[in-house]
Design a protein. Sequence first.
Length: 337
Amino acid sequence: MSEPGAAPPVPSSAALDAPAALALLRTMWRIRVFEERVGVLKRADEVYGLIHLSIGGEGVAAAVCSQLRADDVVYSGHRAHGHAIAKGAPPDRILAELMGRSDGLCQGLGGSMHLVDVEHGLMGATGVVGGNIPLALGSALATRLRGGDAVAVSFFGDGAVQAGHFNESINLATLWQLPVILVCENNGFAEFTPRSAHTKRRARLRRRRALRPRARDVDGNDVAAVWEAFGRFLQVARRGGGPLLLECLTHRLRGHYEGDPTLYREAITATEWQQRDPILRLARHGAAGGWFSAEDVAGAEREAREEIEAAVEFARHSPYPGAELPGELVYAGGARP
């Protein structure tokens, strides 16, 4: 069941249409406003721990997760807010989690980098770079053994491609033809290291000859392109054609973490960002195609801001976890000293 204010689920198809485009626009605005608000709350010390924002990359989360079914699962990394929202996790409970409150997804104990919402298929986020990829293989194997057609999706950055477990996972998934789709959000930086400093290629995943997975790279800021590419991959995975690799070349406006001075990055001008911004690009595309009006666009932003402000108030009024909670979670009943 969809949460109040959530964009309705949209069916998977090869080409984007008007209803799906409007749903994507709403989802992207919800993610954008949520993350902007989290940045403000972090600077006010109302949100705890390291915070990694994906402002500028909302299109990938929306285009991928909006096509998934309830029984499909998602594994994310340290930049997980957008994936959680797009998969259906309620923003008020995500925000409560970031504030360390008991109404959070993990009762305030996980924080930003460890979001879990099994009810909506978000099986976990992790601060270990690429550490979620082998876990996604486990879910895909379980689906295969049960005879179902659900898929597992793992999100990671291009820095994870340098890790051994990425290549080991690709090898095993290829050997067993697991229904897993690996989505690389390549924003140009592996933490603080630019792409040019660790690879000769613009696209990391295309046609890895030793393993021969199905692979494609796409403009991650073009929501329609991501939608089409992932939709086709999704159909292949459901028919048992996995694994598949989708590399989304995108851009994030913030640094590696909130508060990062970003001295290692070149600034992007407002004019450049007007052309790259996935929300504005979809709005222009939709207006040109007659999919939605200026009021539809303004309404999507307005609804998102109202929902996120309500989420802030919900989180602020949620209590902190009681001192007894860690003991209850660690010890079995009657076994605690």
